[in-house]
Design a protein around this ligand. Sequence first.
Ligand SMILES: [Zn+2]
Length: 217
Amino acid sequence: MRLVLVGPPGSGKGTQAELLTKNLNLHYIGTGNILRDAINRKTEYGLRAKPFLDVGELAPDDLVNSLVADLYRDNAGLDRFVLDGYPRTRAQAVWFDDLLKTLKRPIDAVIQLSVNDEEVVRRISGRRVCPRCGTVYHVTDRAPKVAGICDHDGEKLIQRPDDNESVIRARLKVFHSNTDSLLDYYRDKGLLCEQPSYGSVDSIYQSILGLIQAKKH
Ligand SMILES: [Zn+2]
């Protein structure tokens, strides 16, 4: 099984990727991990990618593609996987298809976790974090017993700087400008499965399994 997960911030993509990885016995390939690993190992591409990450920008397509090529070259057994955060653009998807073609390991399905922008803003801007123990709350969805106070240690909760509305809207803008043509590309290839990301983690996960099964036939 070879899967690609696509979804905006706050769509629960990371959680679903984790479940799929564990339950279907897949390799998890997150672009964030790949980049950090290459930077830590000070590889040529890692050193080139570092300045982009340091200022919170996305690394250019050719650089990310090179990192992915390295990953597949160094891991000959990478046959079953779920990708989270890659391909991010149509250009990356076209390039990645060529790579997988030479490896004879085509993608089985692309799962799009869809959430509308207002809901993304609501989910992320409502997050509160305990600076002491790291517990993540939400002002309405996962509220602490006393507003603004951590249940575990009584610490005052904070909002992470990236969780404010203007930052989220800027990220969504970048996400849509990259992703709309990416999704068209996979839709044209008959690989796209749309899964609305509302409801419980488990119900979304079960729906994804159903979509994957349907794709196999
Ligand atoms: Zn705490």
